[in-house]
Design a protein around this ligand. Structure first.
Ligand code: ADP
Ligand code: MG
Length: 245
């Protein structure tokens, strides 16, 4: 079943077509990797899906509903969570406080509706931290965490939103090999409850996790398929993976 669909998705920056007429569909429950050379438009593409960037043209539907004009915070409420390529935490606040702030944006009171109590928000935040393996770091200032733990903290901030779709932009960038192995196990656990869209440069991570791969090049869809199909794709090899050995 289709969770998210985009048609003709386009974003120009002045003359530059960062994303250029991309058709895209994501099935519920899949782990999709987006790969492509630097500057291919990957971050812009997921920025369009999350609502952080407005499209120049094209439409996006989530669970059959047109969300093209919805701002990012409304998409979060529908179940679309994302982490940035660049670390996006409040360093002076504790890990728990960072996640609680994220959880609050899902659980906070709305007009004419009772909101979650502070205790409920903290409970959701603790659960999300436990899921990424940071249960024993909740009271540490986020800025004092090791870099790898900061990236996990960001994933916890996404998970605290209990998303239907979790978008991760280069989550393993700067992680050690041990941290990457840990991250792969984490995404496998997380994926049991959510659909994951992952921008990733590390092909080991892509191969370990992705059920399908989408390849972007110069803002366009270059190829899409199973990991085996993508590795064997001649256009992908020359554009991205380098010429065959
Ligand atoms: P990727 O994530 O695949 O490396 P990006 O989506 O970040 O690629 O960028 C795609 C292209 O769009 C690049 O040429 C980049 O310089 C350009 N670009 C991205 N964001 C902006 C912006 N806010 N203003 C101008 N150009 C941008
Ligand atoms: Mg990027």
């Amino acid at each position: 079943m289709t969770l998210l669909e985009a048609h003709g998705l386009t974003r120009h920056f002045d003359g530059l077509k960062a994303v250029d007429g991309v058709d895209f569909a994501l099935r519920r429950g899949e782990i999709r990797a987006i790969i492509g050379p630097n500057g291919a438009g990957k971050s812009t593409f997921v920025g369009l899906l999350s609502g952080r960037i407005t499209p120049s043209a094209g439409r996006i539907a989530f669970e059959g509903r047109d969300i093209t004009g919805l701002p990012a915070h409304r998409r979060v409420r529908l179940g679309i969570a994302y982490t940035f390529q660049i670390t996006n935490i409040y360093p002076a606040l504790t890990a728990l406080e960072n996640v609680a702030i994220a959880a609050q944006s899902r659980l906070r009171p709305r007009l004419l509706r009772p909101g979650a109590s502070e205790a409920e928000i903290l409970k959701a935040a603790r659960e999300a931290l436990a899921r990424v393996g940071l249960a024993d770091r909740v009271q540490e200032p986020a800025g004092a965490l090791a870099y790898g733990h900061q990236r996990l903290l960001e994933v916890a901030m996404g998970l605290a939103l209990r998303p239907k779709l979790l978008i991760l932009d280069e989550p393993t960038q700067g992680l050690s090999e041990a941290e990457i192995a840990n991250f792969i196990a984490l995404v496998r656990r997380v994926a049991e409850g959510a659909t994951v869209l992952l921008i990733e440069h590390n092909m080991d991570v892509v191969m370990a996790l992705a059920s399908r791969i989408t390849v972007l090049e110069r803002g366009r869809l270059l190829a899409e398929g199973s990991p085996a199909e993508i590795v064997a794709n001649a256009a992908v090899q020359s554009a991205y993976l380098g010429s065959p050995a």
